[in-house]
Design a protein around this ligand. Structure first.
Ligand code: SF4
Length: 247
């Protein structure tokens, strides 16, 4: 089930009443079977039954893509690519720090019980086998190669969701961010600025501004200018959504 197909059936209100907080994030979580259709109180009965039927459509593209990715990484020399992607060799696989935890990846499986989106993201990162040194230059999603077309989706699914979660419980949010390994990074105009690495060579700079009487809270997520050497923008959008979910 493609999340964009689910998204087209949603009300598109971004009302924040579901646990996913935005429609795009809900679409991804629903298609990964992480939330039921009933979590969106804005869905009418017809749309609910239509997206419910998608769950039982034959041939899940994610399972097929997962198998393709395992086939694609089977030819890689892990010893040669490990340092470039910030991993280490463990037995005949790779140990990678993902969303605050160490996981092991072999040519046929994972050590940890990850959901399918997490598996796809980690395998895409391994397959890309980036090695470019980070520049320390922060850029927005829309500035990335091919980023403009997906920047609004990234804003809705990631930045807007993070701003809402921050608004609900600022102290708890910062604590959960630290739990994923985030470190304060002063020198930015935001009230809170933290750097966190969902994957070793993909740092996120998370900037947060609390709301006031005039404006609501805001969040911006920036990336090292090398990020597309490690993952494409489509996968980066899903990495942002996985990051929201992990928080
Ligand atoms: S999916 Fe979530 S954000 Fe979108 S309309 Fe439904 S409850 Fe609101």
């Amino acid at each position: 089930m493609n999340p964009l197909e689910v998204y087209k059936k949603l009300p598109g209100k971004n009302c924040g009443r579901c646990p996913a907080k935005t429609c795009m994030s809900f679409a991804v979580q629903f298609s990964g079977k992480m939330v039921p259709a009933s979590d969106c109180p804005e869905l009418d009965s017809q749309a609910r039954s239509e997206i419910g039927a998608m769950l039982f459509a034959p041939g899940d593209w994610k399972e097929r893509r997962l198998q393709e990715l395992f086939d694609e990484i089977s030819g890689l020399n892990f010893a040669l690519i490990a340092e470039g992607i910030g991993a280490t060799i463990k037995d005949d696989g790779l140990k990678i720090h993902y969303m605050g935890k160490d996981i092991a990846v072999t040519r046929s499986g994972f050590s940890a019980d990850l959901n399918i989106w997490d598996k796809l993201l980690v395998l895409m990162y391994v397959k890309t086998a980036g090695s470019k040194p980070l520049t320390g230059k922060w850029v927005a999603f829309r500035e990335l190669k091919d980023g403009f077309i997906r920047s609004e989706s990234f804003h809705e699914a990631c930045e807007l969701s993070l701003a809402r979660m921050f608004e609900e419980n600022p102290a708890g949010f910062i604590q959960r961010l630290s739990g994923l390994g985030a470190k304060e990074s002063p020198g930015f105009s935001a009230k809170y600025s933290h750097v966190v690495c969902p994957l070793p060579k993909i740092p996120f700079l998370v900037l947060l501004w609390p709301g006031d009487e005039e404006f609501g809270p805001d969040c911006k997520v920036l990336f090292d200018s090398t990020v597309t050497e490690y993952i494409d923008v489509e996968a980066l959008l899903y990495l942002g959504i996985a990051f929201v979910r992990a928080l």
